[in-house]
Every structure is written in C-alpha cells, then in structure tokens.
Design a protein around this ligand. Structure first.
Ligand SMILES: [Ca+2]
Length: 254
C-alpha cells in the first residue's frame, strides 16, 4: 500500500499519512537532553511526501552541475552543503519541475518520519546493540559516508534516518522551543541564528543518532557530516492547480 513517487532526477519520495505523534526525548529511558523536553503532542492534518533516502551526489550534480562532497560516490549522500546551498538546490528543482512544493522537512516532520510510530529511543526500539543494522555511525562507518539505502529501513520504508549524514531541517534552532511549540504543523521559531540538524552521522556515537536528538549549525557552514532529504508537500500543488484553472478561465472569456 506504500505510495511512492519518483521525480525527474530519480528521487523516490514516500507518502506519509496524516496523524499525530509525541515529539521529544525521554529523560528516564534515554537521558534526553533538556532541549528535547517537554514531550508534546504534534498533529499533521495533511499527508506529505518525504525522501526515501537522503539526496545523493548524482542528484545534486543533476541540478547544480557540481559536487562539493568530501566523500565521493554517486550513490553516497551529498555532503558539505550549507543550508543556503540547499535552498538554492530546492529553488532550482522546483523550477525544473514547475512546482513550488519541494522544501526541507520541518524539525517536527523529520522526527515524525524518523519514528514511524516508534515511541522509543530509535525507530526499532531502545537497544543500542541493534543500531548497526539501521545506521552508519561511529561503530561501523569506518569514518566515511556509505551509499544510501543499504541498511534496514524504518517501518515507513525510510532509510538512513539514523546515521550516515546529519540532515538539515527548515527550522531555526531555539533551545527551549518545545515549551512554546504549537501542536498543529509546528514550523519552528520565527527567528534564530542557527538551523536544526537531525539524526546523527557517520562519526556519531549512538546517543547522537536517537530519534529525538536535536543538533544545530550555522546556515553557512559546510560539513562532511551534513546532508539533507526533501519533503514534497501536497498543499501548494492543489493551490497552483486552482489558480491556473482560474487564469485559464479569465483568458478564455476575453
Ligand atoms: Ca541521516
């Protein structure tokens, strides 16, 4: 029943259902950082697509014409791209496909996707001993990225949410945001100086690969530990259809 779309550069995106989940870490079970508290309910009243894997070097090359990655391999995640570089990639991909629907996930969308209904430390449960089946991290990466999608996916079919590369999210990072977060489609604070990163990377200890862990970086920074995956929303698509229909009607009656 999985609904998958494949776009013009071969990127597979999986449709996640609308739903609610509990966002945040657990103080007792996983020694969550204070910035992961309090746990709070988050609701998505619309489904959205998210990349099955992170954006690869060949996909980056197809849109941007270059490859800034520290580790090379067409099927490896693109790395060493800043938040600002990613915004340019998204702008060009949207233009190429004549849409406005590609964007980075919000931090809440990212955690919803990573958990795939797990309420535990990782998408598969609390046992750190099983992490190597799902994640390239310090213990098994040999100090580099690995081709995307080689390890086990979570229950929604998403690979590499834990480990391989840290992933940029759309939100500004504010340490105590969860105390003020709206419950419906939270999109992060209005202002900030750093952007959110999620999910751990090839150099991370297991604790930094948890579903709830929050990290941050300057939007200008390019790190070999950081890449991204994309969301494709449904809303704007519907909105565009409507407005172009309206325009057609106007032109037709002239
Ligand atoms: Ca990742």
């Amino acid at each position: 029943m999985t609904d998958i779309m494949t776009n013009s550069i071969g990127m597979a995106l999986i449709l996640l259902p609308a739903g609610a989940f509990t966002m945040g870490g657990d103080w007792d079970a996983e020694q969550a950082d204070e910035n992961e508290l309090p746990k709070h309910e988050v609701l998505f009243d619309k489904p959205f697509y998210i990349g099955r894997v992170t954006v690869t070097q060949s996909q980056w090359q197809a849109i941007m014409g270059d490859n800034p990655s520290e580790f090379s391999g067409e099927d490896h995640p693109v790395d060493s791209v800043s938040h600002e570089d990613v915004r340019e990639f998204i702008k060009r991909l949207n233009a190429k496909e004549g849409t406005g629907t590609y964007r980075l996930p919000t931090e809440a969308e990212w955690e919803y996707a990573a958990r795939a209904e797990s309420t535990s430390t990782y998408c598969f449960g609390p046992e750190t001993g099983r992490l190597a089946k799902y994640a390239w991290f310090k213990n098994n990466s040999a100090g580099s990225t690995h081709p995307v999608g080689q390890l086990d996916p979570n229950d929604w079919g998403l690979h590499d949410m834990h480990g391989n590369v840290h992933e940029w999210c759309a939100d500004w990072y504010v340490r105590d945001y969860y105390a003020a977060s709206p419950s419906r489609h939270p999109a992060g604070p209005r202002k900030g100086v750093a952007r959110v990163l999620r999910g751990g990377d090839w150099g991370s200890e297991a604790w930094y690969c948890r579903c709830a862990i929050r990290s941050l970086s300057s939007p200008q920074r390019r790190s070999p530990r950081v890449g991204f995956r994309l969301v494709r929303g449904l809303d704007e698509h519907a909105g565009r259809k409507k407005s172009s229909g309206f325009l057609n009607k106007v032109f037709a009656t002239r």
